[in-house]
Ligand binder design. Structure first.
Ligand SMILES: *Cc1c(COP(=O)(O)O)cnc(C)c1O
Length: 397
């Protein structure tokens, strides 16, 4: 007698239910948790009136971030996109130049390039890291790149200078940075890391966002720690940190009352009340990371018995924050992917697909790009699972 086979979607929903111990309630993709000093610090802002652009928490958050990541300096800003924008500007990206970025990323990576009036140039990713593939990048630059007398690298097809590369550490999994830095050194390219998703992730023991000249963090509501909205620019260089601070505070020259600005600056400074939230969240980060690792471990175990998919684990040499857990279908199949999304969402598990590759969006359709085979394959394979820190309780550690 034939028994009706349960759909893959139903099987996956069942594993998520078992792993999360959740039945009935809606389980968001990444819900923030406020279980520490958030109330005390925010209340202090309200009690003292220091809610806006001046106050002790901004400086404390910057110091805490620098200490935690091992970056020399951190400059707190209004969001991760602003952090990327400033990092790109200060790494010398000029209008009309090209910046190499993955097509498989959140749209902010490309938007920040556009804000510099530069052109995103899309590069493919690696199946083992979900981030930029340094070997394919090397071969591609060999094919399309041309070194000119000014030492710059130019795109032979478009005639534009290629200034920088932005590796993005997808879902918190580090790019193979040693290999990438080799390529960038060989071709004279600046490195700005989009570490928006990878606070707490390390590559060979070193924190992501500290390999390039700049790194950008995000503290959006769905990231590992949140300030409501916020971000930070990381750099090892004191001068560059000072310039980032200057540029993000309207380029105002220090004076008790005179309004003098020496260039067109940006109002990108993080308000004190957001930084207060950030300081409290950062205190909890080690515990969040431990709980997120535990959740990843449970998902990995749970999905072992499910055929047709695999759970994505951190690459070799990496310690990932497992910002968003992901399962990968054995074969790309958009229809099956969507069925699984339907089925799991129906049960209240707010699973999500990976981003639509950016070269498919109307405003980026005409940008230069290499063959994006793996990007297109992953679009039809990747599903993110509920991953917030609260899913695992402290008692479960
Ligand atoms: C979240 C995110 C950003 C930008 O963050 P915001 O704080 O929302 O501006 C940039 N890049 C990637 C890959 C992200 O996931």
């Amino acid at each position: 007698m034939k028994t009706e086979k349960r759909s893959l979607g139903a099987e996956i929903a069942e594993v998520v239910r078992q792993v999360t111990g959740n039945s009935g309630q809606t389980l968001p993709l990444h819900e923030p948790e406020f279980s520490g000093n958030e109330w005390a610090y925010v209340k202090e802002c309200l009690d003292t009136g220091w809610v806006s652009s001046v106050g002790r928490f901004v400086e404390r958050l910057e110091n805490d971030l620098a200490a935690y990541t091992g970056s020399g300096y951190a400059v707190a800003v209004v969001n991760g996109t602003a952090a990327l924008h400033i990092a790109l500007l200060l790494s010398g990206v000029e209008p009309g130049e090209e910046v190499l970025i993955p097509s498989l990323t959140f749209v902010a990576t490309a938007n920040a390039v556009s804000y510099c009036q530069a052109v995103p140039h899309f590069v493919d990713v690696d199946r083992l890291t979900l981030g930029l593939d340094p070997i394919r990048l090397h071969d591609y630059l060999h094919e399309i790149g041309e070194r000119r007398a000014d030492k710059g690298l130019y795109n032979r097809k478009t005639g534009r200078r290629i200034r920088a590369v932005v590796p993005m550490h997808t879902f918190g999994h580090p790019v193979d940075m040693d290999a990438l830095l080799d390529v960038c050194q060989q071709y004279g390219l600046e490195v700005v890391e989009d570490a928006a998703e990878s606070l707490g992730s390390k590559y060979k023991g070193k924190h992501t966002g500290t390999f390039g000249r700049f790194g950008a963090l995000s503290f959006n509501g769905n990231k590992v720690v949140t300030t409501g909205g916020g971000g930070a620019v990381l750099t090892q260089d004191k001068k560059l940190a000072e310039m980032a601070k200057h540029l993000t505070t309207t380029a105002k020259l220090p004076h008790a009352w005179v309004y003098k600005h020496d260039r067109i600056g940006y109002n990108y400074r993080m308000p004190n009340i957001n930084a207060a939230l950030g300081c409290a969240q950062l205190e909890k980060l080690p515990e969040f990371l431990a709980r997120k690792r535990k959740l990843a471990e449970k998902y990995r175990e749970g999905f072992k018995a499910v055929s047709g998919i695999s759970f994505f684990s951190e690459p070799e040499h990496a310690e990932s924050n497992y910002w968003l857990n992901a399962i990968i279908l054995n074969e790309p199949d958009l229809q099956l992917r969507d069925e699984i999304l339907q089925e799991t969402n129906k049960h209240g598990f707010l699973t999500r697909p990976i981003w639509t590759p950016l070269h498919l969006l109307p405003m980026y359709a005409d940008c230069p790009r290499m063959e994006l085979t793996v990007t297109m394959e992953l679009e039809g394979k990747v599903i993110n699972l509920p991953s917030g820190p609260s899913i695992i309780t402290r008692e479960e550690l």
